[in-house]
Each structure stands twice: as structure tokens, then as C-alpha cells.
Ligand binder design. Structure first.
Ligand code: UDP
Ligand code: MG
Length: 166
């Protein structure tokens, strides 16, 4: 089944200049990148992204981690698309806990656990179809994704102040 999955190179991955290494490992999947951008994560986005973990004792720490409070306020968000994309990308990422992750995986190779106990595992990847849809809709607008009708859309008129090149 062809499906999309959300990948985020987290602020520790960017500050350690691991972007190329991470994308190279992901390219083994032969999936197609259908969206990509750099993004600064607001508190609202971080809290919504990790909403299902709201009750966990480490919730505030991972919100601050995704916002880049201790690294850099940059993330790189991508949508990969293809056959079994969700499971295939998760496999390349490795286990959540970098100490348990296979060293051949992204998290096993590059992740660490901080002295506060946070798993700084350099990459996020959606866990299942429902999460992928919820997360992609949080991070991307329909027109930023190079697949028509990935999810249903509606026409809307937005009026807000924005910047343009001079
Ligand atoms: N996390 C952590 N400690 C834990 C569990 C999770 O620091 O005991 C962090 C870790 O960065 C992880 C993120 O919280 O990637 C989200 O947790 P989740 O259980 O969704 O793991 P994932 O889907 O990222 O493998
Ligand atoms: Mg998760």
C-alpha cells in the first residue's frame, strides 16, 4: 500500500550537521520525497505534535527539545511516500531509545541520552497511518506536498499580511 510518512530531522540532528548522513540512510528506502522544508517549531506545534504524550513525565522536555531550546531553532521536515513507507522509514530510524537502537540505524548511530534522561534521537518518523495523517496536516499545507489529493482538501480564501520580495 502506497502511503506517506512524516520525517523530521530534529534540532540535534541539524546542529550536529547530520542532515546529509540521515538523508543518505533514508535514501536506502528508495521512497520518494514529496515535500521538504526547514521549520522553526513553535510551542503550539511541538505540543500538538507530541499531544499523545501529554501525560508523560518527559512531555515538557521533549516539547523544548523539538523547539530547539538547547540546540538550534531549526528542524527539517519531509514527507516520504511509497510502498509501506511508515514501517520502512521506522526501521531505518531504529528504536526510540538510542542505546537500544541497532548501531546501523540512524538513532543507533547518532542518538544519545542526556543526563536528564531525554532520548535525543535526531529523527522523528510517524508510527502509523493515523499519526502520519495527523502529523503531516500539522506540519504541511496541502500545496506544499507534491501529490494531488493526498488527503481531502477544500478551497479557502486566506487574508493575512505576509512578506514578498522587493
Ligand atoms: N522520549 C524520551 N523518553 C522516553 C520516550 C520518548 O525522551 O522514555 C522522546 C524521544 O525523543 C522520542 C519522543 O520522545 O523520539 C517521542 O516518543 P515516542 O514514544 O513517540 O517515540 P518515537 O515514535 O519517536 O520512536
Ligand atoms: Mg512517536
Amino acid at each position: 500500500m502506497q502511503e506517506p510518512t512524516l520525517v523530521i530531522i530534529k534540532p540535534d540532528g541539524l546542529v550536529k550537521s547530520l542532515t546529509g548522513n540521515i538523508l543518505t540512510k533514508l535514501s536506502d528506502s528508495h521512497l520518494v520525497i514529496v515535500a521538504a522544508k526547514m521549520k522553526t517549531v513553535s510551542r503550539d506545534l511541538a505540543e500538538a505534535h507530541y499531544g499523545q504524550l501529554h501525560d508523560k513525565p518527559f512531555f515538557e522536555e521533549i516539547v523544548r527539545y523539538l523547539m530547539g531550546e538547547s540546540h538550534t531553532k531549526r528542524t527539517m521536515a519531509l514527507v516520504y511516500y511509497g510502498e509501506d513507507a511508515i514501517q520502512r522509514v521506522r526501521k531505518i530510524c531504529g528504536a526510540t531509545n538510542p542505546e537500544e537502537a541497532d548501531p546501523a540505524t540512524i538513532r543507533g548511530a547518532y542518538g544519545r541520552i542526556t543526563t536528564k534522561g531525554v532520548y535525543e534521537n535526531v529523527i522523528h518518523a510517524s508510527s502509523n497511518k493515523v499519526d502520519a495523517e495527523r502529523e503531516i496536516k500539522l506540519w504541511f499545507e496541502p500545496d506544499e506536498i507534491l501529490i494531488d489529493n493526498l488527503y481531502p482538501t477544500k478551497d479557502t480564501t486566506k487574508s493575512y499580511k505576509t512578506r514578498a520580495w522587493v
